[in-house]
Write a protein that binds this ligand. Structure first.
Ligand SMILES: [Zn+2]
Ligand SMILES: [Zn+2]
Length: 367
């Protein structure tokens, strides 16, 4: 069949909208009509060439939700007609990591990160040339074929755009708080960088019962959004000293937890500086492939600070995603409110321009 898609042929160039050939689903695969796809910073990292997996040409897009239209041999779940959200890490349920409640580290991700199906091939072509899919999904197209392990059935009353965002930014941000850090009620939390994930760190901190939630950013517009979502304090790091102000807010001690949504050496240093003795700094932002951070060991050890990494919200995926969608239905997680703009597939490059300019908290492509 044919599908309209937004293809990355060259780094740092606009995506090209065009028609591709899509093979039907094989053993263990499903054909999904994509209804909504989130525009995320991670897509931008692929488009700019900061990440070089998958190789080009590829279809970016790793957040989305849609309707299953066809299933390949051997697929019992999901079924044709099911509404599903996409997981950017497939989970096999059987490997060491899946068995240890860490499906986000599932061994299958080596295939999908490289942009192929689980047999190392792709269903997507143009004029006989293979085209890869970001995280095995490539959600910036009308139809996609993905491994069944990359889908999670959802209730039909969940809007597709809500499901799309829950599958990446919401679970990553909230999961960093609830799973990676294990923030307790009454804690103080500092959030460095208020974008699509940072805003959900704030929401997660509210759910966890944190009583001091300090949003740090360079844009007052982002800080205002943070307050709407539950931040109790804001710091514009372009206008005031973030460390000094955070210490003032926390009674001279430092925050119990700090979350890095900026990435790189300076952001790591800032997060370690923001926390109190015994506190935890959680690194979520993925900087460029070559980035390193140097940690002076003696003060790090003497103050017993913890430096943690968070991937996909350290989440067990199935249960956590259903929990977050329940919290959304109860009105305790705001997800529609995160969406600032909606675009057609043809307008997707505008969506990325708006993400870069900071106009967007969250843009979504509606197919
Ligand atoms: Zn994302
Ligand atoms: Zn697994």
């Amino acid at each position: 069949m044919k599908t309209k898609a937004a293809v990355l042929y060259e780094y740092k160039q606009p995506l090209v909208i065009g028609e591709l050939d899509l093979d039907g689903p094989r053993q263990g695969e499903v054909l999904v009509e994509v209804m909504a796809a989130g525009i995320c910073h991670t897509d931008l990292s692929v488009i700019s060439g900061l990440y070089t997996v998958p190789a080009i040409p590829c279809v970016p897009g790793h957040e989305g939700a849609g309707i299953v239209r066809e299933v390949g041999p051997g697929v019992e779940n999901p079924k044709v007609g099911d509404h599903v959200l996409f997981l950017w890490v497939p989970r096999c349920g059987q490997c060491y990591y899946c068995q240890h409640d860490q499906p986000y580290l599932c061994e299958l991700r080596n295939w999908t990160r490289a942009g192929t199906m689980l047999d190392g091939t792709t269903r997507l072509h143009k004029d006989g040339q293979d085209i890869l899919n970001m995280t095995g999904l490539g959600t910036f197209k009308q139809f996609t074929v993905v491994p069944q392990q990359s889908t999670l059935p959802i209730h039909e009353d969940i809007p597709f755009e809500v499901a799309a965002l829950t599958g990446c930014g919401v679970i990553t941000g909230a999961g960093a708080v609830l799973n990676t850090a294990g923030v307790e009620a009454g804690s103080s939390v500092a959030v460095l960088g208020i974008g699509g994930v940072g805003i959900n760190v704030i929401q997660g901190a509210v759910v966890a019962g944190a009583t001091k939630i300090i949003a740090i950013d360079l844009l007052d517009s982002k800080l205002a959004e943070a307050v709407k979502m539950g931040a109790t304090h804001t710091i514009n790091a372009g206008k005031e000293d973030a460390l000094e102000k955070a210490f003032e807010i926390t009674g001279g001690i430092g925050a119990d937890y700090a979350f890095d949504l900026v990435g790189g050496q300076r952001a790591t240093e800032t997060c370690l500086g923001l926390i109190r003795q015994g506190g935890s700094a959680v690194i979520i932002a993925v900087p460029g492939m070559e980035e390193t951070a140097v940690v002076p060991l003696t003060p790090f050890i003497v103050t017993e600070k913890k430096l943690l990494a968070c991937y996909y919200g350290s989440s067990n995926l199935n249960f956590d995603l259903n929990t977050l969608l329940d919290l959304y239905k109860l009105g305790r997680l705001k997800i529609e409110e995160l969406i600032s703009d909606r675009y057609s597939l043809e307008e997707i490059n505008q969506g990325f321009d708006d993400l870069v300019s900071g106009k967007n908290m969250r843009g979504v492509v509606i197919m």
